[in-house]
Design a protein around this ligand. Sequence first.
Ligand SMILES: NC(=O)c1ccc[n+]([C@@H]2O[C@H](COP(=O)([O-])OP(=O)(O)OC[C@H]3O[C@@H](n4cnc5c(N)ncnc54)[C@H](O)[C@@H]3O)[C@@H](O)[C@H]2O)c1
Length: 276
Amino acid sequence: MEKMLDGKICIVTGGGRGIGKATALLFAKEGGKVAVSELDAEPANETVAEIKKMGGQAIAVVGDITAPGAADKLVQETVNAFGPNIDVVVNVAGYTWDSFIHKMTDQQWDAMMNIHVKAPFQILRAATPYMRDNAKKEKEAGKRVMRKVVNVSSIAGTDGNPAQVNYSAAKAGIIGFTKSLAREWGPFSVNVNAVAFGWIETRLTKAKEEGSETIEREGKKIALGVPKAGLDAFKAVIPLGRPASTEEAAGAILFLASPLSDYMTAQVLKVSGGWF
Ligand SMILES: NC(=O)c1ccc[n+]([C@@H]2O[C@H](COP(=O)([O-])OP(=O)(O)OC[C@H]3O[C@@H](n4cnc5c(N)ncnc54)[C@H](O)[C@@H]3O)[C@@H](O)[C@H]2O)c1
């Protein structure tokens, strides 16, 4: 069977761990050439090494994607490595910085907006010449090439979650962004969709009691994870009764990045085991 992303040039942010890593690996398995954007060098290089081991093509673009100029650098390095075209952009990079509203700082608020909304905006703006403008030329030549944007949202964005007004506002923000860009780029054959995940097993959703991991942002060590009682409560309300693996999450992203979804745009696909 033909591979679903044969020769496609793909950007995956947050590709060093969790959902982003599983997506980068699955894309490579399906023939995609993958630019792995990631904050931390070691996991980024690991993903690239795994892809190369399976005979695929990948590059690591290491650094904070919210830093000034980082989005432009990501797009430039992708194009330098694979050629002047971009077929697929998947915005996965993200984290949580939870507090109840009365304790939440402006810094926490801005950090969530920057990583979940502003970075995807800056990446797609930078990618415009290699997506929209290429498509314009193809259209003039009577050719239709479908391109794909997949933005990762959350059911916290679609339905809300306590202690996450910053995260859920940002994850709702990326849905508005998705729907507007779908309308802007529809005429250029770019499908722009979002996936709203429920509970996917990664370090973001590990039980805090089992020793939570931290992410270092803006000079602060931010503890990730969810209290165990919360996870037990999730299980009770998820119709499928369990969290998803990162591979299951990546499958939904592949669907939206592949020809299987060519007539789908401006949609939010809930991948939550039926939760909400
Ligand atoms: N795990 C879940 O249950 C769940 C549910 C809904 C949505 N999500 C979303 O899925 C996405 C991936 O989360 P995950 O669970 O795989 O987490 P993860 O921590 O396993 O992976 C996220 C990756 O993004 C990277 N990253 C974070 N900030 C970055 C930055 N500024 N620049 C570059 N890279 C950066 C991290 O270093 C990490 O490797 C996030 O946007 C998250 O909000 C996760």
